[in-house]
Design a protein around this ligand. Structure first.
Ligand SMILES: Nc1nc2c(ncn2[C@@H]2O[C@H](COP(=O)(O)OP(=O)(O)OP(=O)(O)O)[C@@H](O)[C@H]2O)c(=O)[nH]1
Ligand SMILES: [Mg+2]
Length: 221
């Protein structure tokens, strides 16, 4: 078997397990979000700021994916939210089987929102379905306004792009309008949300509202 055939087989197997995960989520009325983005884009900081307001409406568990350390799951646990840590030991993305294994450790009757923070990487996680309902790609302004053009799969295979560190744009010569235009040029359908510090206070209200709305519109289906 050639390398390409093995790769195709692995993707097909991942899709099968993702479908099994999706069935489990459906049976247990769990809405699932997959958060992706480069290392340090601000994924955990975003979570730290949306979990409290989301906890008003949902019972939440978080799965953190990193090559090493339990730093991110520890940050989430500090907020009183159940958090599990996957260490990929060098792997650049989570896959559906890893999520399936973690699901056996969660009381699925107890939660209705599962948020997965993927391994920091703007390429590998994008092509792995985990069985999620919603995909968010976090893109921070210091990464540069041309990144949507240079990493099109991340823009194309997401429901929304969350532009983070908006407070830093001015210091790194990034024009937010250009950055948003670059996202829309690749994927006109992607929703664009913003988060970051305003007057020194982190604000991610638009992300919280977006998630509440998306869960609501799935229930109506
Ligand atoms: N000024 C500013 N700093 C931010 C913002 N969001 C995150 N940071 C900082 O950026 C750094 C990285 O943030 P994290 O939330 O750990 O990033 P991450 O995407 O979870 O990183 P990995 O999980 O390692 O990929 C931290 O020092 C944060 O304090 C923001 O909106 N504004
Ligand atoms: Mg993180």
């Amino acid at each position: 078997m050639s390398k390409i055939e093995i790769k195709k087989d692995l993707k097909a197997l991942n899709n099968e397990i993702a479908a099994e995960n999706r069935d489990v989520f459906k049976k247990n009325n769990i809405y699932t979000i997959n958060i992706m983005g480069s290392p340090g884009a601000g994924k955990t900081t975003l979570l730290e700021n949306i979990l409290k307001p989301l906890a008003d409406s949902f019972s939440i568990a978080v799965i953190e994916g990193d090559l090493a350390t339990a730093n991110d799951s520890e940050r989430i646990k500090k907020l009183g939210v159940e958090a599990l840590q996957i260490n990929t030991d060098g792997g650049c993305h989570l896959d559906a089987r890893m999520i399936q294994e973690e699901l056996s450790k969660i009381d699925l009757n107890d939660i209705n929102l599962l948020i997965i923070e993927n391994v920091g990487n703007l390429v590998c996680p994008i092509s792995y379905d985990l069985g999620e309902d919603l995909r968010l790609v976090v893109l921070s302004t210091p990464e540069g306004e041309d990144k949507p053009l240079k990493y099109p799969p991340a823009m194309l295979n997401t429901d929304a792009v969350v532009l983070t560190k908006i407070d830093l744009a001015q210091f790194v010569d990034v024009n937010m309008e250009n950055m948003e235009k670059n996202i829309k040029d690749i994927n006109p359908k992607a929703d664009i949300l913003k988060a970051g510090k305003r007057d020194g206070v982190y604000n991610a209200d638009s992300v919280t509202e977006y998630i509440v709305k998306r869960v609501g519109s799935k229930k109506e289906q």
